[in-house]
Design a protein around this ligand. Structure first.
Ligand SMILES: [Zn+2]
Ligand SMILES: [Zn+2]
Length: 184
């Protein structure tokens, strides 16, 4: 195993480290599913042809051909997690958005620094974690916002369904006293 000092994308000379194996450009490519990690040499490469079956190893061209390739040691590369969310605004309307930092984004909605909802902040009523494909996420967000105008009842239904299991959770039961000095 060699520990790469440059980007783990095949033929890229930009710097990379164990913890951050891909240069920014190739990390973006990875996040958009343009490149994939080879299951044998752990370098990243463009997909050749079709996706294999889920349980078959994904191999780069070199490994697929049986060439001897140095195996690259690096930490896991994660897809960016984004959140798709729905607010119920103060005017009663729904608003869908997406962010990579839900808490921060909600604060922006609340303090009015988000222009899209300024003056009608509203409450978070639904969210979903989203891994990977940004295009699909954009399409989903657009569709939710279309429904928010044309078919708000369908959003209501979705929110109610999503919240149903939460009603079973007793939040009071979850509070735990902070550790303090033990008295005997
Ligand atoms: Zn690179
Ligand atoms: Zn390979």
């Amino acid at each position: 195993m060699v520990e790469e000092s440059h980007c783990a994308k095949i033929h890229c000379d930009k710097p990379g480290t164990y913890a951050k194996p891909l240069c920014y450009e190739h990390w973006r490519d990875f996040d958009r599913f343009y490149i994939h990690e080879c299951d044998r040499c752990h370098r990243f490469h463009e997909m050749v042809g079709e996706f294999n079956e889920e349980d078959e190893p994904q191999l780069c061209f070199d490994c697929n051909r049986g060439d001897a390739v140095e195996v690259v040691a690096h930490g896991p590369v994660e897809h960016e997690t984004r959140y798709l969310y729905i607010l119920r605004l103060n005017n009663g309307k729904f608003y869908a958005g997406q962010t990579d930092d839900l808490e921060m984004r909600l604060r922006e909605h609340q303090d009015g620094s988000s222009r899209s909802t300024a003056g009608k902040a509203g409450k978070l009523v639904w969210f979903e974690r989203w891994y990977g494909n940004k295009k699909e996420l954009d399409a989903e967000e657009r569709e939710l916002n279309r429904d928010a105008v044309r078919a708000p009842w369908s959003i209501s239904r979705m929110v109610i369904e999503w919240q149903r299991p939460l009603r079973l959770v007793d939040l009071n039961e979850l509070s735990v006293a902070p550790p303090g000095p033990t008295t005997n």
